[in-house]
Design a protein. Structure first.
Ligand SMILES: [Mn+2]
Ligand SMILES: [Mn+2]
Ligand SMILES: [Mn+2]
Ligand SMILES: [Mn+2]
Lengths: 221, 221
DNA sequence: TTTTTAATTTAGATTTGCCTAAATATATTT
DNA sequence: AAATATATTTAGGCAAATCTAAATTAAAAA
């Protein structure tokens, strides 16, 4: 497989993520995320088009080719495996892993990544609850689900709150739940559908169904 | 601490190693090791002199400053810790670790390296038997010693053979001992000073004192 | 001590990845 | 359908890290 520079890899990966939201990625959109100027994006798109990694027509935006997509998934695989390693083995906190993985992901040895995967026992989700592509580039597509629908005893990660009111934030704050919090549902009570949940090393506690419906989590399949 | 590019780091590290042999490092000498042209070395030396990492007078060769030396040791620390990780945790073979570590060493997070060190339980030697600097940059200086002088039950790595005759090579070949072989002395017999040694997962076997005196190993302190 | 050889530096390019400012194409309003 | 605004591309430059070919300096040989 062809070998891209760290810069090219960052472009490819970012296009991949932007594509999940919009069909077509724009010059300004990509420039904003990558913290560069639109002119730089145009330069790079010409190069990536040459390498057949993006479809690109001037003024018409761009998207990854099949090859570009495959490459993007391999970068995401590296990124998330390293995040898992940092979190699980080196005891980094969930919000510290990203920036270091951002560098490690560019170390290109295929063998390194496959051995790392094996060493970590083939994890399926990174510390943010995002799925890790396997060595074939296959990835589970996870969508956000409300905590109320999580199966029991599986780690999930809070990724969204479907309500921005002060009252819900106060309650979440009180319970020390926020974006990124890892949570496990231990029990579901039939009477009022309240949930017993556990976060971090704390003793489990109970939250109402109405709160659980507003807390969106990733992963759990 | 200032942050150097991967390229600058490779220069600094290589100068450090060359310095161990010769007081003064030369333009051509460094160019040969780094696989670049002499003109590139001169360019880089000007830059590193500016950054006060090398002492350099045109036509007079160069050597690291105190700061350059400290920086070199931090790169060597990263390199050898990664080598140890690859060998010990990911089960790479001893001759595969170097090239991957050559890339990993440039990931610059201090926290990453110190946590990795801790995770690996503060190893003192890399898979080639070279000492790993601690987080203060302190490094044990190991010299080569003949296998006959190794203490019992400590892993050593064959790094040199003090005789190039066909007969010694035949014997080493027969015993499957070569540069890089990891060996442990299990017992020393008083009668003829022969040694019982163990290599890899094999059953221990005996070699003569005269052979053991010609096989030089690193590490064991 | 010259002369010759070898090592080193300088001059001038090239590539990658980025930038600013100006031009141009597309989209949105009137 | 113009006119205006916004998005995008082009033109021209710059810094890092490399190169080749041409000086230049130092070392070795005569
Ligand atoms: Mn990155
Ligand atoms: Mn992640
Ligand atoms: Mn390196
Ligand atoms: Mn080593």
């Amino acid at each position: 497989m062809l070998n891209l520079s760290a810069s090219e890899e960052n472009y490819i990966k970012t296009i991949f993520h932007l594509q999940e939201e919009e069909k077509n990625v724009t010059t300004n959109g990509l420039a904003a995320v990558l913290n560069t100027r639109p002119a730089s994006i145009t330069d790079m798109m010409k190069k990536l088009k040459q390498k057949k990694l993006v479809h690109y027509q001037p003024y018409r935006g761009f998207r990854l080719t099949t090859g570009g997509n495959r490459y993007a998934l391999s970068i995401i695989r590296r990124h998330r495996l390293w995040e898992f390693f940092l979190f699980e083995k080196l005891k980094f906190s969930w919000d510290e892993v990203h920036s270091v993985a951002e560098e490690l992901e560019h170390v290109s040895s295929k063998k390194l990544i496959d051995k790392l995967d094996e060493f970590l026992d083939f994890p399926r989700f990174d510390p943010h609850g995002d799925p890790i592509p396997d060595n074939q580039g296959k990835i589970l597509k996870t969508r956000q689900i409300p905590l109320s629908e999580m199966p029991l005893n599986r780690t999930a990660v809070v990724c969204n709150v479907g309500d921005q009111s002060a009252s819900i934030l106060e309650l979440m704050d009180h319970n020390k739940i926020g974006i990124g919090t890892r949570v496990e549902v231990k029990k579901r009570f039939d009477f009022d559908h309240s949930l017993e949940i556990k976060i971090r090393q704390q003793v489990p506690f109970i939250i109402s169904e109405s709160l659980a419906k507003k807390i969106f989590v990733k992963h759990g399949a």
